[in-house]
Design a protein around this ligand. Structure first.
Ligand code: EPU
Length: 414
């Protein structure tokens, strides 16, 4: 339940990134030993990935609220039991490590947010080019290759998941694997950096050409690694103060990972000042509408889009968002309309005419990021906004309600 709030004040610490930690956890399948991941967000997707890894033979236990200990004893069964594997896109990320290390992998079809069709052809075609046979069955995906071989793979789209799967597969491939048009997202870089700390040989981290020199199977070692700070959770607190007004410190936020987004915020009238340990964000006036396009990194991430739409809903003038990654990622617009937003959709473009005030209502969360954006919108809606299906939010947000409340927002779980 959210009530109109603001101005917000105080500071918030940004937790680690979901889209990094899940892949880092999957990478522990590559080498025996004990791992410690720090800055791990307390989210349900981490719990689900733990269960999947437990079923494969990696044990997990918490050393502290944000410190996860994982042990790969070497006794791995490269087959995911059916019931473990149905709710996350990131579950696909165990495919590369299992296949390259154990010679085969059986996984169930991945889940994840419903943005329409989410194909896996780039994962499959890349692994096939490396010499794997891949059977895409009705219920599961089975991949096999005694020894993967290095090759050059040019991705048609700089897919985050495919880049990650192929990089992890390439670490034990024979020879050199080149991935062209690779995804450059900070979370992909975080995975590559952890793999390098484990002994992998990867060049071009953060660029669109990754070159992986395969090392001897089983030669990687375990490591300790701090999960990268979540740029989308950081953006959420910034959007909250942008709409509700106020002056907050977003601690841990890495401005170099969010440059295009921060430009958007600035163009809309939000003052964003980088500080030594984060970003100060102040907003005192009605926001201005802008037009923006979602793109792969370093462009404006599709995951920020619902937050920007929430901001456009109450801005002066008319703005628009064009979605280039997931054309079906507009389901939540209907929920914003329930709050009185004026939004029209034309294909992959949404046009938003700003209103003075949203109206509290009952809305239902369709996916993680839209859920957080509905909470943000509730901060500037009259009366009460009741938000259901918040389990989506819990998949990716570490105590959103507690953190917003500490900034002075009137938000409660009921
Ligand atoms: N694509 C293909 N074939 C493939 C793979 C992707 O055509 O084999 C297309 C997709 O359909 C999409 C585009 O490529 O049009 C980009 O998809 P990508 O593979 O980059 O996305 P992903 O790995 O499935 C991750 C995040 C998403 C985030 C996207 C884009 C995880 C677990 N998920 O998904 O995060 O939106 O990258 O940045 O890392 C979220 O956290 O809420 C979320 C949805």
């Amino acid at each position: 339940m959210v009530r109109r709030s603001g101005p917000l004040s105080g500071s918030v610490n940004v937790p680690g990134a979901k889209n990094s930690v899940l892949k880092l956890m999957a990478a522990t399948l590559l080498a025996e030993g004990e791992y410690v991941l720090t800055n791990v967000p307390a989210i349900t997707d981490v719990q689900k990935m733990s269960e999947t890894l437990n079923a494969l033979g990696v044990t997990t236990d918490w050393l502290g609220p944000h410190e996860l200990h994982l042990t790969n004893t070497g006794n791995i069964t490269p087959e995911v039991p059916f019931e473990k594997f149905d709710k996350m896109r990131a579950s696909l990320n165990v495919l590369g490590p299992l296949l390259t290390h154990y010679g085969s992998a059986r996984i169930n079809w991945p889940g994840g947010d419903d943005f329409g069709d989410r194909p896996i052809n780039l994962h499959v075609e890349g692994l096939q080019r490396m010499g794997a046979t891949v059977d895409e069955g009705l219920l599961d995906i089975y991949a096999h290759a005694e020894q993967l071989k290095g090759t050059t793979i040019e991705l048609e789209i700089p897919s985050v998941g495919a880049t990650e799967n192929l990089v992890t597969a390439a670490v034990y491939a024979k020879g050199v694997t080149v991935i062209d048009n690779a995804a450059r997202e900070p979370e992909v870089q975080d995975l590559c950096n952890m793999l390098v700390a484990m002994g992998a040989d990867i060049e071009g981290i953060g660029t669109s050409r990754l070159v992986v020199h395969g090392v001897k199977k089983g030669s990687l070692r375990s490591t300790r690694h701090a999960v990268i700070v979540d740029r989308v959770q950081a953006a959420t607190y910034m959007a909250a103060v942008a709409v509700a007004g106020g002056d907050i410190m977003v601690r841990g936020a890495r401005t170099e990972h969010m440059e295009e987004l921060l430009n958007c915020y600035a163009r809309m009238g939000v003052a964003v000042t980088p500080q030594r340990d984060g970003v100060r964000v102040t907003s005192h006036e009605r926001l201005r509408a802008i037009d923006f396009i979602t793109e792969p990194y370093p462009g404006i991430a599709t995951d920020y889009k619902p937050l920007l739409v929430a901001m456009l809903c109450i801005s002066r003038g008319e703005g628009s968002v064009t979605e280039t990654l997931f054309p079906g990622r507009f389901k939540y617009i209907e929920e914003f309309r329930r709050l009185g937003a004026s939004i029209a959709i034309y294909g992959n473009k949404a046009t938003v005419r700003g209103v003075y005030e949203l109206i509290g209502s009952e809305v239902k969360v369709p996916d993680i990021r839209a859920g957080a954006a509905l909470v943000v919108a509730g901060l500037v809606a009259s009366g009460e906004t009741t938000i259901s299906d918040i389990f989506h939010i819990d998949r990716g947000y570490d105590d959103l309600v507690g953190r917003l409340s500490a900034l002075g927002a009137d938000v409660r779980r009921v």
